[in-house]
Structure formats: structure tokens, C-alpha cells
Design a protein around this ligand. Sequence first.
Ligand code: ZN
Length: 144
Amino acid sequence: MRNGHWNQDELIAWLYGVGPEDGHLDSCGECRAKAERLQSRMTEARMAEPDVHPAFLARQRRSVLDRIAGGAPSPARWLATAAVAAMLLMAVALQSPSPQPEALTASSADTELFEDVFNTVAWAEPEAVAPLYGLFERSGEVSR
Ligand SMILES: [Zn+2]
């Protein structure tokens, strides 16, 4: 058991329900009076109305409602409107008919050129790989 009265920290801790539980308040009238004074002040503070004038709250509410109803458009709204307009213009531009492509006619010289280019491009393996094929059996060519 401790000797002496509770200090201010112990009284505040008791007020918030985490104080010492040594039963001192039951036996000491002086500490009980201090604790009851603190408790009544805390109750008054909790019950007190906030110090805000009702006219201020009414003005604030009116301003919020005015903004929701649509006041002056903000820069963000202008930007969104411009973006939508640009997208609409682009959609219209992409929907307009494009000129029909002319029919392609290739002469025999062009056809040979295209075949040569295709064969060159389609051969993906470098020429240095060719000797390596001699080292391996190809599937389907089983020697007996
Ligand atoms: Zn005491």
C-alpha cells in the first residue's frame, strides 16, 4: 500500500478509468473531493455547446448548397469540357470516309523483286548455321 494522497496524474488517470486501484478514494475525503471536482468539470466540458454561431453554420450550408447546385464553372470543369469536345471532333474525323485505295497492278519485274525480297527476309537463320545441320540427324531420316 502507498502512503499519502493521490497526485494530479493519478487523479486524472482515475478519471479516465486507468488509475490506481488501491481504494484510497474510499478512505480519503480530501482526494475524493478533488476527484469529484475533476469529474464534474469533465462532464461540463463534454456537455458544453460548441462555440460556433448558428448564422455561421447557416452561411456555410448555403454556400455548399450553392456550389452543388452549380455556381461558376471551375477550371477543371472547363478542362473536362474541352477534352470531351476534342474527343468528339476526333470521332467525327475518324468516321469520315477515306479515299478508296487504287488497285495495285504489279508487273512481272515487280513480282520477281517482291519474291526475292520475301525470300531474303523470310530466311531467318544466318548462313553460318548451315554446316551445323550436318552434325545432327533430321527427324524422319532414320538410317538403318
Ligand atoms: Zn488522499
